[in-house]
Design a protein around this ligand. Sequence first.
Ligand SMILES: Nc1nc2c(c(=O)[nH]1)N[C@H]1C(S)=C(S)[C@@H](COP(=O)(O)O)O[C@H]1N2
Ligand SMILES: [Mo]
Length: 252
Amino acid sequence: MTLITRRGLIGGAAASAGVLLSGCDKLAQNEEFRKILFSGEKMNQGLQRALTNRGALAPEFRPDQMSPRFRTNGTRDPNTPDYNGQAAARFANWRLQVQGLVARPLSLSMADIRQLPARTQITRHDCVEGWSAIGKWGGPQLSTVLDAAGLSDRARYIVFTCADLYNGAPYYESIDLVDARHPQTILAWMMNDALLDIGHGAPLRLRVERQLGYKHAKYVMRVDAVASLAGIGRGKGGFWEDTVDYDWYAGI
Ligand SMILES: Nc1nc2c(c(=O)[nH]1)N[C@H]1C(S)=C(S)[C@@H](COP(=O)(O)O)O[C@H]1N2
Ligand SMILES: [Mo]
């Protein structure tokens, strides 16, 4: 095995993860941490994540780069009596519940949500099944809503519960607070300069641009701040994670 200086080795690993060490420098020089870091054949996923700059923005595109057709996937219409009633009322009675480890639980109407400052972004959606599409999304940053509710110090994850059912249980997803507070993480009610349509998750869906498509919960009814994912669904943090073992962290 080639002898590599400690700094050279850690420098190489950091460069391949696309980060400058800066704040992690002290930790990276710690002998115990380094032993863990370089044990085994590959860095484990958690460390990879720690070394990846998760605050970086996903690429944004120009209007002329938008896909002429943006396909729908997964549920294309929840088609439950409740949802059909909501759709018939053009979502005038829809409520987004913000609950869990928050100081001020919220129940927001779509009118409330449309009054919040919106972020607009043209991004590429990447589905795990191998297709991509570029679309324009608009809505409040999730952080705006979470700040309005006042996250508790004990909150670690944000869980999204949807209106569509798979075998009688709602689709759900979860992200950690790094992604929840990422500037491009929005609750979109607009798509391609129109109101979000039913196929794409009306009236409200998550955009979490640094992760794969299945994390982008459509038909969001409830947002819960929780300390742990145990006890939610089968404990792996999302419908597909629980069902077919997709990764909980689907970073791109
Ligand atoms: N509620 C809900 N959200 C969902 C899904 C779903 O079936 N139900 N499918 C996911 C998957 S796999 C993808 S790729 C995207 C598809 O979003 P689109 O229909 O707007 O293209 O939604 C995600 N969010
Ligand atoms: Mo997907």
